[in-house]
Design a protein around this ligand. Structure first.
Ligand code: IDP
Ligand code: MG
Length: 158
C-alpha cells in the first residue's frame, strides 16, 4: 500500500452548532473517525478574518447575511490531523447545502440550510495550510503521539 501523508485541516464549529448544542455531537464524529485534535479554541471572528476567510464570496449577494451569521455568536476553531484528513473530513461534513447533503453526513443529518450548515472544513491542502495559520498561532497547535493510531491505522500506513 502507498504510504499515506498525515494532513492537517481546519474545522470551524459555526454559530448554529454552538447555539443548537450540537458541538459535542459534531466533535464526536471527527474523534470517532480517528482524527487527532491538534488545536482547539473558542473565538468571535473579527470583520477582517471573516472577509479573508470568505474572500471568494465577498461579491455574492448573500455575503452580508453570511457575515452576520458567522458573527452571531462565538465559534469553536479546531485543527485536526490524520491520514487524508482534508478529504476525509469534507466527506464527514457533506456538501454545502444541508438539504442536499446525504444522511450520515453532519450537514445531511442536522442542516436544512444552504448557509446555516453548522461546520466549516478546509477544502484542499493549500487552503488548509492558510486557514490553520489564519486562526492559530504556532504555540496553539500541538504535536503529540496518540496510542490509538496503532489501532486506527495499519503498521505500514505512514
Ligand atoms: P463550503 O462551506 O461547503 O466549503 P463555500 O462555497 O466555501 O462552501 O461557502 C462558504 C459558506 O458560505 C457556506 O458553508 C455557507 O455557510 C455559505 N454559503 C455558500 N453558498 C451560499 C448561498 O448560496 N447562500 C447563502 N450562503 C451560502
Ligand atoms: Mg469552502
Amino acid at each position: 500500500m502507498e504510504k499515506a501523508q498525515e494532513e492537517k485541516t481546519l474545522i470551524i464549529m459555526k454559530p448554529d452548532a454552538i447555539q443548537r448544542s450540537l458541538f459535542g455531537e459534531i466533535l464526536q464524529r471527527f474523534e470517532r473517525k480517528g482524527l487527532k485534535i491538534i488545536g482547539v479554541k473558542m473565538a468571535k471572528i473579527s470583520d477582517v478574518l471573516i472577509e479573508e476567510h470568505y474572500s471568494h464570496l465577498t461579491e455574492k449577494p448573500f455575503f452580508n447575511t453570511l457575515k452576520n451569521y458567522m458573527q452571531s455568536s462565538p465559534v469553536v476553531l479546531i485543527a485536526l490531523a490524520g491520514a487524508n484528513a482534508i478529504s476525509a473530513t469534507r466527506l464527514i461534513v457533506g456538501p454545502t447545502k444541508g438539504y442536499e447533503a446525504d444522511a450520515g453526513s453532519i450537514r445531511g443529518d442536522y442542516s436544512l440550510s444552504g448557509q446555516s450548515n453548522l461546520v466549516h472544513a478546509s477544502d484542499a491542502p493549500e487552503t488548509a495550510e492558510v486557514e490553520i495559520k489564519r486562526f492559530f498561532a504556532e504555540e496553539e497547535l500541538f504535536d503529540y503521539q496518540k496510542p490509538d493510531y496503532k489501532l486506527v491505522y495499519s503498521e505500514d500506513h505512514f
